[in-house]
Write a protein that binds this ligand. Structure first.
Ligand code: HEM
Length: 351
């Protein structure tokens, strides 16, 4: 009997001590560091706000990204990619095509005004044409496969279904990755071959002031081997191409570059006030956006170049096809270059 009372008393004592413990531990919580599922003084919303704003915890994994549970900048990246980048990129491409259609309707094909001559003149040798087509061919495929990454799902999934789109995109990605190197080689070779003809000069201002003679018949501003319009294309392709190549390499070998923090740090030296402490993942996200922005801008410009180099101007394509252009075409569009070539062929005696 006594033993029965003793065990009841023991249980009551244990419960009492236990509840004291709970009370005393909840009183002692000051920093919210409570083991188990209790939150202490930290609310759910505080905890999730902390995680949601991209803060890093601790992790035993070697991957330095693993300590961040939610990388919130990813939201901004996705919103920009699927928002302004996709929509303005599409507007740019649509607008240039529309402008070219209007231009063609109004101006028609730019003809050789003096009519084709029987004489041809060498404009681009084999190596020039090889460099051009290496750069151009790879650029076109890179452009198409890149556009597929941005817009393909909207166009191809309704036609080929998800699996079909996945197959197209997997092959497209392979082509994109490997042809990038062909583009870089073509870009480098074209730079070496043509840079000396693309140094800006006073003549370019005159060419630009006369609208390149493109809009009005019978107007032919003087030009050497490359006119101001071509020089603009040359430098845009070189600088834009280099930038696209660098951001592309950074995307291909992820988490190894800090181009944006380094570039922003340099810009800060000349008066900007840009952030420079980006995580490797933020670097990747900015690389992706920059890669998209620059390549869409280049594509928009190159569509106009392709038009003028083919259907838009009689005789232009010969320069990159056989390399031999009609002499009258050359005299109308590059008169000073023709004079230089004639002088080289049969030098006049010095006066
Ligand atoms: C795919 C169709 C293309 C065609 C039909 C085409 C046509 C031409 C032609 C005919 C020329 C020589 C112009 C002249 O004799 O003065 C030329 C030059 C040039 N092309 Fe292309 N091209 C194409 C694509 C590209 C692409 C994709 C790029 C660059 C990514 C490019 C970059 C250049 C550059 C930098 C020049 C020298 C500067 C100039 O003439 O504008 N081309 N192209």
């Amino acid at each position: 009997m006594f033993q029965k009372y003793l065990s009841v008393i023991t249980i009551l004592m244990a419960l009492l001590i236990g509840s004291f413990g709970v009370v005393s531990s909840s009183v002692a919580q000051t920093k919210g560091e409570v083991p188990g599922s209790a939150l202490g003084i930290k609310s759910d919303s505080d905890l999730w706000r902390y995680v949601r704003t991209g803060n890093a915890g601790t992790s035993q994994m070697k991957d330095e990204l693993a300590a961040v549970m939610i990388q919130s900048e990813g939201d901004n990246w996705r919103a920009f990619r699927n928002g302004p980048l996709s929509s303005y990129g599409a507007y740019g491409l649509a607008i240039i095509v529309a402008l070219l259609v209007v231009f063609y309707a109004v101006r028609g094909r730019i003809k050789i005004e003096a009519g084709p001559s029987k004489e041809k003149i060498l404009r681009f040798g084999t190596i020039d044409r090889f460099a051009h087509w290496l750069m151009a061919g790879s650029f076109v495929i890179l452009g198409i496969t890149g556009l597929n990454l941005l817009y393909g799902r909207y166009v191809f999934i309704p036609i080929f279904g998800k699996e079909g789109f996945a197959t197209i995109t997997a092959f497209g990605k392979l082509a994109h990755n490997y042809l990038a190197f062909a583009f870089m080689a073509g870009l480098g070779l074209s730079f070496v071959l043509w840079v000396r003809h693309n140094i800006p000069s006073k003549l370019d201002l005159k060419w630009l002031a006369m609208g390149g003679g493109i809009f009005v018949k019978g107007v032919h501003p003087p030009a050497r081997k490359f006119n101001a319009g071509q020089k603009i294309i040359f430098w845009a392709v070189m600088i834009g191409g280099l930038s696209v190549s660098m951001s592309g390499i950074a995307l291909m070998f992820p988490f190894q570059t800090s181009m944006f923090s380094e570039t922003f740090a340099m810009l800060n030296l000349v008066g900007f006030n840009l952030p420079t402490d980006f995580t490797v993942l933020q670097e990747q996200q900015m690389n992706q956006l920059w890669h998209g922005i620059v390549s869409l801008a280049l594509m928009t410009m190159i569509i106009a170049h392709i038009y003028i180099g083919s259907v838009g101007m009689e005789g232009a394509l010969d320069a990159m096809n056989t390399g031999m252009v009609d002499r009258n075409w050359a005299k109308e569009h590059h008169n000073l270059w023709v004079e230089e070539e004639d002088q080289k062929a049969s030098p006049k005696p010095a006066e």
